[in-house]
Ligand binder design. Structure first.
Ligand code: UDX
Ligand code: UDX
Length: 422
């Protein structure tokens, strides 16, 4: 098929490359001139494992353009522009509505417009009204890509949700995936259900994380170990081990935005989502609680002490710092300078983190001679601390429970603290 993707961000780009690898002719439209320049130079403007390599393979099937008119012969147009959180917690839909307006005059007869960006229930009804053409089919096709695993999740989706009442439209979209994805994973539902599946899934995962973080706080008071509790709980197939890792709270461009949008949308319909509300609040407060734990430790240091922070991205595998807890935590540590290192996110962090941070080129340079080392992002690279030697007394605050507790607690000169242990 001929497919157009509107928006070349963390969702649009992997989707465009993935669909091109299925043999479709894809054009990716973006209104960000700077991004287009990078894309047309053959470079991916964001980091995703394997994306640059995949692009090299599919580049003769994939075009980048700033002209919406270039979608003119597309059978399927995928909307993947940002739907960021507005100040009042609702989803900011100006970009997706703008994209809908921009494409309307260029849509060929009987084209399908599929909204991949996460949008509140009923948004696709509004997009249909904006396009206002009875020959065009508007479908909800939420994305479930995790940053850092976008290509993995594209090629191995747990499910593909196609929100449309039109059997023929469902089959046309199904045909794109059917030779690559097991048929039983391709689900048809109506548009509102498809929109809600996305929000409810993210809100549930976010609540699961907040739940284990609260249990972790209890573990610290009753001398239990949250890592063991997670394992024991996770062995119940109804619970599952994933997303039960206690830490500093969730960040990213999705969970914070989607939980707020779901709460807001439910309230608009007079429904109180108590669990979602307490997850939002508890998760937000947690990052400041972590900052005060660090400040409690720093109080005992003298002025020449060195504080090192490993991790700035909201999670490992990405350069994205949107709503990253690490950024808020560092901004609330009462000490300067702080030495920081992150394998991918330092460029983005420099744009938002004030000057009292010294960025270092490696883990070694960051932790060398440090009195306190704080781990805030679960990058596997940081596990090299397990084999490091420490010449001076060093406090290691492993707030992602990344390191092997057994190794760290017996290490010379090291005082090791984790989340969810007494
Ligand atoms: C977005 C939404 O934020 C998220 O809610 C949804 O789940 C998936 O799509 P993401 O891909 O991370 O996530 O958005 P972002 O990284 O902001 O990329 C959006 C892209 O669209 C940017 O490249 C931006 O330049 C482009 N864009 C934005 C347009 O092309 N046109 C617009 O009008 C607005
Ligand atoms: C999420 C959903 O997983 C994905 O399906 C959806 O399409 C977009 O939102 P993403 O936000 O990229 O993906 O990251 P995810 O891997 O879900 O992690 C979200 C946050 O939760 C990160 O800050 C991560 O560090 C944190 N997290 C995750 C935990 O604190 N504990 C866990 O056990 C898992």
């Amino acid at each position: 098929m001929k497919i157009a993707v509107i928006g070349s961000g963390y969702v649009g780009l992997p989707t465009a490359c993935g669909l091109a690898s299925f043999g479709n002719d894809v054009v990716c439209i973006d209104n960000n001139e700077e991004k287009l320049k990078i894309l047309n130079s053959g470079t991916m403007p964001l980091y995703e494992e394997g994306l640059q390599e995949l692009y090299e393979e599919v580049k003769d099937k994939l075009k980048f353009s700033g002209q919406t008119s270039d979608i003119n012969d597309a059978d399927l147009i995928i909307l993947a522009v940002g739907t960021p959180m507005a100040d009042d917690g609702s989803a900011n839909l100006q970009y997706i509505f703008q994209a809908a307006k921009d494409i309307t005059p260029h849509l060929k007869n009987d084209a399908i417009v599929a909204t991949k960006s996460t949008v509140p229930i009923g948004t696709n009804d509004e997009i249909e009204r904006i396009i206002n053409r009875s020959d065009i089919h508007v479908v909800s096709m939420p994305e479930f890509l995790r940053e850092g695993y976008a290509l993995h999740d594209f090629f191995n989706p747990d499910r593909i949700i196609i929100g449309t009442d039109n059997e023929n439209v469902y089959n046309r979209i199904r045909d794109i995936y059917i030779s690559h994805i097991p048929a039983e994973r391709i689900i048809q539902t109506n548009r509102h259900s498809a929109e809600l599946i996305k929000y409810a899934s993210n809100a549930f995962l976010a609540t699961k994380i907040q739940f284990i973080n609260e249990i972790s706080d209890l573990c610290e008071q009753i001398d239990a170990d949250v890592s063991d509790v997670s394992i024991g709980m996770g062995m119940d197939s109804r619970i599952g081990r994933k997303f039960l890792n206690a830490g500093i709270g969730y960040g990213g461009s999705c969970f914070p935005k989607d939980t707020n949008a779901l709460e807001y949308m439910a309230r608009q319909h007079g429904v109180k989502l108590g669990l979602v509300s307490s997850t939002i609040r508890g998760n937000h407060d947690r990052r400041f609680n972590i900052a005060s734990r660090i400040n409690d430790q720093i109080k005992n240091l003298d002025a020449s002490a060195k504080v090192a922070v490993l991790g700035l991205a909201f999670k490992n595998g990405t350069d994205d710092i949107r709503y990253s807890p690490a950024i808020d935590i560092i901004s609330n540590i009462n000490y300067k300078p702080i030495y920081a290192y992150d394998p991918k996110a330092m460029q983005n962090a420099k744009k938002v983190l004030s000057s009292n941070v010294t960025y270092t080129k490696s883990i070694q340079e960051c932790v060398k001679g440090a009195d306190i080392i704080v781990i805030l992002t679960e990058w596997p690279e940081f596990k090299e601390l397990e084999n490091a030697e420490f010449e001076k007394p060093t406090l290691i605050l492993d707030y992602r429970n990344l390191l092997d507790s057994g190794k760290m607690t017996i290490k010379k000169n090291v005082t090791y603290k984790r989340i969810g242990q007494k």
